[in-house]
Design a protein around this ligand. Structure first.
Ligand code: FES
Length: 185
């Protein structure tokens, strides 16, 4: 025959259970708080470091740029061709808009040529011919006053950016913001 627990024992068991549930609840709350803090911290961090592909790349000062009409300059690390055209400065994403090959600049032909299927583009990225469905993609570009941080010129839509008069203005290319090249007929 099993002995019935007396009242004191029943009370003790129920207090222990309550204490255990409180502790478990507090532990869960603490765990959740720590996790939420970690996730918030990770999301508040910039996804890309400055100077790497996906982040803002500082090209240099206006006075360091090659003269307008010069051959585009290749920056392979950030997947960029920088083209100082007569209409202004353009930052081109260096992947062909056809099937993703890396195109190159041809000094002889004065245009970009894709080695894979022969698409051709002007120095400003405009489509000339070939299977590519659109012009080259461009990055958002701006010129900033080195001291004040004031934005002196901007091309948020990827159009050629006329250079500001300040030769010390710094050119920044946002390789995280790509504007799709225009489709041709
Ligand atoms: S990938 Fe450039 S033309 Fe096909």
């Amino acid at each position: 025959m099993t002995a019935k627990p007396n009242e004191a024992e029943t009370e003790k068991t129920s207090v222990n259970r309550r204490e255990f549930l409180n502790l478990a609840w507090l532990a869960s709350l603490g765990f959740l708080t720590i996790n939420l803090g970690g996730v918030t911290y990770l999301f508040s961090m910039p996804r890309f470091k400055e100077g790497e592909f996906g982040g803002v790349f500082t090209v240099g000062r206006v006075s360091d740029l090659p003269p307008a009409g010069s051959p585009p300059v290749n920056y392979p690390k950030v997947k960029l061709w920088l083209s100082n055209t007569e209409e202004g400065l353009v930052g081109l994403y260096k992947v062909c808009t056809h099937l993703g090959c890396l195109y190159n600049w041809s000094d002889q032909e004065n245009k970009f040529l894709c080695p894979c299927h022969g698409s051709e583009f002007q120095a400003n990225g405009t489509y000339i011919r070939g299977p590519a469905p659109r012009s080259l993609d461009r990055f958002v570009i701006q010129a900033v006053d080195q001291d004040s941080g004031e934005v002196l010129a901007q091309a948020p839509l990827g159009t050629p950016m006329p250079l500001p008069g300040n030769p010390n203005a710094v050119i920044q290319i946002d390789t995280g913001q790509r504007i799709m090249g225009e489709r041709h007929a």
